[in-house]
Design a protein around this ligand. Structure first.
Ligand SMILES: Nc1nc2c(ncn2[C@@H]2O[C@H](COP(=O)(O)OP(=O)(O)O)[C@@H](O)[C@H]2O)c(=O)[nH]1
Ligand SMILES: [Mg+2]
Length: 221
């Protein structure tokens, strides 16, 4: 019985990975660089997109987004207000986006008018890690208010992501969060990981992160 469960799980991931590869090819054909945004509910995923889009616009780069949520259109409404193309992807009861849902979403986006695509995953530190979507980079965002042991509790998440963001640094003193510990834990699980500290209320730290995204962006274009 256990053996069958493991086989099913492996098949499920294989199918997802194949579609993710196809998504990556589709995006590359349209010269779109995609970023998968992962993190807990309320860590600041939507706020990060809200902050990055105007900077990208200043640099002549056009953004787009997929708003992944279990239910509703709260994030979709915030993102569409930025004046960018957005698709709302509701998972129903799934705790993560999968490549198939992203494939559908891509078909509803004007890819030739997008340079940088943000895929906001469902708020969750566990489920999304196993499901690649076809993005070139994965950004994981944690906030000081989640507790400074949050990184240590999620090794798979940090091993599987390329860029780490420690957000809500303004609130660290109020909750007694040790930001250095969070950064150390990220580097322990993922040596060499690029780590940025942000306050998305004020915008502090966002230009450095933008430089990293644009550096990635210019590698291929
Ligand atoms: N004080 C503070 N609040 C923040 C910061 N970043 C986000 N928030 C707030 O945290 C809440 C959740 O942010 P949101 O972007 O919706 O998180 P998401 O669920 O990951 O998309 C919102 O009320 C934001 O205004 C920050 O750096 N400092
Ligand atoms: Mg959000």
């Amino acid at each position: 019985m256990h053996h069958i469960d493991v086989r099913l799980e492996k098949d499920l991931f294989d199918v997802n990975n194949r579609i993710a590869d196809a998504n990556a090819g589709h995006l590359a054909k349209h010269h779109v660089r995609a970023f998968d945004l992962l993190g807990a509910i309320g860590s600041g995923k939507t706020a990060l997109i809200e902050r990055l889009v105007p900077y990208l616009r200043d640099r002549g780069l056009r953004a787009g987004a997929i708003a992944g949520d279990v239910f509703g259109d709260d994030d979709y409404q915030r993102l569409i207000a930025l004046g960018i193309p957005v698709v709302n992807a509701n998972t129903g009861k799934e705790c993560h986006l999968d490549a198939h849902l992203v494939e559908h979403s891509l078909n509803h986006l004007p890819l030739d008018e997008i340079d940088v695509l943000f895929i906001e995953n469902v708020g969750n530190m566990v489920c999304p890690t196993d499901f690649k979507l076809g993005a070139e980079k994965r950004i994981v965002i944690v906030s000081a208010t989640e507790g400074d042991d949050v990184v240590n509790k999620h090794p798979m998440m940090f091993r599987g992501c390329d860029i780490g963001v420690i957000n809500k640094v303004d609130l660290a003193p109020f909750v007694g969060a040790d930001l250095d510990r969070m950064e150390r834990d990220m580097h322990r699980y993922h040596p060499g990981m690029k780590v940025f500290r942000t306050n998305l209320k004020s915008g502090m730290g966002v230009p450095d992160l933008l430089d990293e995204i644009i550096a990635v962006n210019s590698e291929v274009k």
